[in-house]
Design a protein around this ligand. Structure first.
Ligand SMILES: NC(=O)c1ccc[n+]([C@@H]2O[C@H](COP(=O)([O-])OP(=O)(O)OC[C@H]3O[C@@H](n4cnc5c(N)ncnc54)[C@H](OP(=O)(O)O)[C@@H]3O)[C@@H](O)[C@H]2O)c1
Length: 339
């Protein structure tokens, strides 16, 4: 077939910008490409593959000759436009949480459940960024020794909330350094020099929506309805990359060396684990990389079959843009366009 035509919605955003960069760098085959954003950006130019692309308005017609629509705007925007794009024949790869838990929408991390793409009905969702990196670290272990329970504590960067949150952290850090007062806007509290145990709204059981996503999305992607997950999601004053502390309980005991070997052999995962030399994954070092880094791998001394570990990944890449483009590459490789 001819190279696919592509529409990118949210092309001026934090994820969209990296997505376009990855399309270029990975030599993704492209027939023609259209870029869209909110009305305020219409008419701006985006440099892509040596050309100036004009940012266009999102209209229903824009999807008519698009094979792929990559949507990276907001949940609300996705709810409106994803069904339109899918009905007009585009395969939509959606970054938002709008359709993730819908039964007929595959929720995909290609290294883990690429087979689920076979059931797509023109909409594929990418998981929440904190879920993706956790599942990348859990799955290769789960296949060998089924996991019963995971306790996850996250340290999530502000880029997970988008460009406005990155500006807010920069501005507040400056204001605090200069003895000025801040007025939080994106978050309910100051994020400069702070740690906020609150990501998205609270639910009736006291968990937040973000924490609930880590439970439900993990079970769906891994096809493991009985896998128990309890998460505490925390926002920290870091610009890019999420870090996670995981305490995992397996069906049977597992040696640390086996865990390291399984993780090292899994595509997209790198083990950095030499604490004596102060070597373990760090947010700053992982920013800009497509890998999920795992370290501090040790026996969890509180339970016989437990392993504890530290997992770090660039939330804008494997947590969003990289995963999206890998899904499209997989759809092409499996010949699933227009099935
Ligand atoms: N950041 C992450 O780590 C991450 C990870 C996984 C998934 N996601 C999801 O990815 C999506 C985008 O996140 P982001 O961090 O890139 O946000 P962002 O930096 O705030 O960018 C939002 C993008 O959406 C565009 N947009 C806003 N309203 C629109 C509308 N009515 N029609 C068309 N485009 C519109 C914006 O255009 P303007 O520039 O014109 O405002 C901008 O291009 C969200 O659904 C988010 O939940 C993000």
């Amino acid at each position: 077939m001819d190279n696919p035509n592509i529409v990118v919605i949210g092309a001026t955003g934090t994820v969209g910008t990296i997505f376009l960069d990855l399309l270029e760098k990975r030599n993704f085959p492209i027939g023609n490409i259209k870029v869209c954003a909110s009305p305020k950006s219409v008419g701006k130019k985006i440099r892509f593959n040596g050309l100036d692309l004009l940012v266009e308005e999102v209209t229903d017609d824009i999807f008519d000759d698009a094979d792929f629509a990559f949507v990276s705007a907001s949940t609300e925007v996705s709810r409106n436009i994803v069904p339109i794009a899918a009905n007009r024949g585009s395969i939509v790869i959606d970054d938002s949480s709008a359709f993730r838990m819908q039964k007929n929408v595959p929720l995909v991390i290609p290294e883990v459940n690429a087979n689920d793409l076979k059931n797509h009905e023109n909409i594929v969702a990418i998981p929440n960024c904190s879920t993706t990196q956790m599942v990348m670290a859990l799955y290769p272990l789960h296949v060998k020794n089924p996991i019963k329970r995971v306790v996850a504590d996250t340290y999530q960067s502000v880029s997970g909330t988008g460009g406005n949150a990155m500006k807010e952290l920069e501005q507040q850090t400056d204001q605090i350094n200069n003895g000025l007062t801040t007025s939080p806007d994106v978050y309910p509290h100051e994020i400069g020099y702070n740690v906020i145990p609150h990501i998205e709204g609270f639910l009736e059981d006291g968990y937040t929506k973000e924490e609930r996503k880590m439970v439900e999305e993990t079970q769906k992607i891994m096809h493991a309805d009985n896998l128990a997950v309890s998460a505490t999601c925390v926002r920290v004053p870091v610009f890019v990359s999420h870090s996670e502390s995981l305490h995992i309980e397996f069906s049977q005991s597992m040696e640390v060396d086996t865990v390291k070997e399984l993780l090292s052999n899994f595509p997209g995962v790198s083990v950095i684990d030499n604490p004596e030399q102060n070597l373990y994954p760090l947010a700053r070092n992982s920013a800009g990389s497509d890998e999920v880094y795992v370290g501090r791998i040790r026996k969890d001394i509180s339970t016989p079959n437990g392993i504890a570990m530290w997992v770090v990944s660039d939330n804008l890449r494997k947590g969003a843009a990289t995963n999206a483009i890998q899904i499209a590459e997989e759809i092409l490789a499996q010949n699933l366009l227009h099935t």
